[in-house]
Design a protein around this ligand. Structure first.
Ligand code: SAM
Length: 456
């Protein structure tokens, strides 16, 4: 399976489909087509996309985008209905597969019925589903979730169930993963000030079903309910705002770069954190954006251009032992390793990851993470800092990596994350100072970060 950065994909995705429970409420897809042929067409469309998505060859949002590109006649509402139904199925796949066993017919079509039923309002359901489909979908929805075993109830594979059960309040955590995520924006400090931008957005959203408010922990963040067409906003094209989860914004504060410093974003991907770091540096000093993927760094370039930053130096490296990395040995004040990981902290946005990841893939990733961390550490100057982060909740990718690193690198010591955050979220920092953010407690994606300082 291809490694990828779910956060980048999430940022690209214009519409983040809501969860089943949200869909039951005010975010329901409205105004389903009323003619019968339109109804069965919608069911066919969802079934067709599910056939592709459930092969797990590519991420669901990539396949959806391809499908929409090859069906240009579909309007925005049609696309939203298909995407919402597909994402609902991915969130509840184990449960729906189980409920579908007692019903005749092809699996994908039955899953499509469940997904559409859960994500449409009554009028939409009636216009798309037959009376028989409505009856069995309603029956499935009426089953008391508390009567189901953990894996079925929260629709997670057994190995992920075991991992969630290692966390405090596992049921609350698992429940939060069945919901869609809000759309967080970061205000680019070089081009705007949060309060003024927030007021501008609020005026823009007046009389619409969307709303905006300041994020609780990141001083640069704005949280939107709903998904307005951001890429048509001038604030976006002018580089005043960027899409970035609040948790991700906080990671840049943990790195805490200062004006004029040399900073390395070792796994820069499409540049989400590079942009936040560059803004904190007020576009001074030197900010290297490394990545092994030319395609991802390529996607970062228009974002760098919009941001107005002039201190970013994107560099495609062959691997973490590349000569261009070695040349910076002992030079950097701050190094961020936003490591390639399972991405399981982003299941609200990327529910397919729970079915696309595996214990074998986890093992491969852990080896890669350890190697990247070791090489990145060589770039840190005495007194400088290395920040290791993942968007995963798995102990193996997080605390275990740091414990192993500290055993092998006694010249580094942990710094308490509380000291580096503008406002520290409750229960987010453990006894050793490592940060763990989670959707149910903090409203962010699941993130882990540790700050490591090198002795002088
Ligand atoms: C979690 S993503 C980074 C996301 C990015 N920091 C952001 O905020 O948008 C991990 C990135 O690590 C990159 N990567 C994988 N192996 C690498 C290596 N050996 N050295 C540097 N980057 C690597 C991947 O291409 C991917 O873009």
């Amino acid at each position: 399976m291809k490694k990828y950065d779910s956060e980048q994909r999430s940022a690209r995705r214009a519409a983040n489909p809501p969860s089943r429970s949200k869909a039951r409420g005010h975010e329901r897809a409205r105004g389903a087509s009323t003619d019968e042929r339109g109804g069965s067409r919608r069911l066919d469309q969802v079934t067709e996309v599910l056939k592709q998505v459930l092969s797990w060859d590519q991420p669901a949002d990539v396949l959806l985008s391809k499908y929409f590109r090859s069906n240009p006649a579909m309007g925005a509402r049609d696309r939203a209905q298909v995407a919402q139904a597909v994402f609902d199925v991915l969130r509840h796949l184990r449960r729906y597969r189980h409920d579908a066993q007692s019903i005749a017919g092809g699996l994908q079509a039955k899953l499509a019925v469940f997904g559409l039923y859960a994500s449409l309002d009554d009028a939409g359901r009636q216009s798309i589903l037959t009376p028989e489909q409505l009856t069995w979908a309603a029956h499935s929805q009426q089953i008391d979730p508390d009567s189901l075993a953990f894996g079925l109830r929260f629709s997670v594979p057994d190995w992920i169930e075991q991992e969630i059960k290692r966390l405090p309040e596992p049921e609350s955590y698992a429940e939060s993963l069945l919901h869609g995520a809000p759309l967080d924006l970061r205000v680019n400090g070089l081009k705007g000030e949060r309060q003024a931008v927030l007021e501008e957005i609020q005026v823009q959203l007046q009389d619409s079903r969307f709303s905006a408010q300041a994020t609780p922990y990141s001083p640069d963040g704005i949280r939107l309910t709903g998904h307005p067409p951001l890429n048509r906003w001038k604030l976006f094209s002018d580089g005043v705002i960027e899409v970035q989860d609040e948790g991700s914004q906080l990671l840049a504060h943990l790195v805490g770069p200062k004006r004029g410093e040399m900073v390395i974003d070792f796994c820069a991907g499409a540049g989400g954190k590079t942009l936040a770091l560059g803004a904190l540096m007020r576009s001074t000093g030197r900010l290297y954006a490394f990545d092994v993927s030319a395609a991802r760094l390529g996607r970062a370039k228009p974002r760098f251009a919009r941001s107005g930053l002039s201190n970013v130096h994107p560099v495609v490296i062959r691997n973490e032992r590349d000569d261009r990395v070695n040349r910076l040995a002992g030079k950097a004040h701050r190094v961020l390793v936003d490591a390639p990981c399972t991405g399981l902290g982003t299941l609200r946005r990327n529910p397919d990851l729970k079915w696309r990841q595996s214990p074998e893939q986890l093992q491969r990733l852990c080896q890669e993470q350890a190697s990247i961390l070791t090489q990145a550490a060589k770039c840190v100057r005495p007194g400088g800092r290395l920040v290791y982060a993942t968007c995963s909740f798995l102990y193996q990718e997080n605390e275990a990596q740091i414990e192993q690193f500290l055993q092998q690198h006694p010249e580094f010591a942990l710094v308490n994350a509380t000291e580096c955050l503008p406002i520290c979220p409750t229960n987010a920092v453990d006894g050793q100072g490592m940060l763990r953010l989670r959707p149910d407690w903090h409203g962010t994606d699941g993130f882990f970060a540790a700050i490591l300082q090198k002795n002088i």
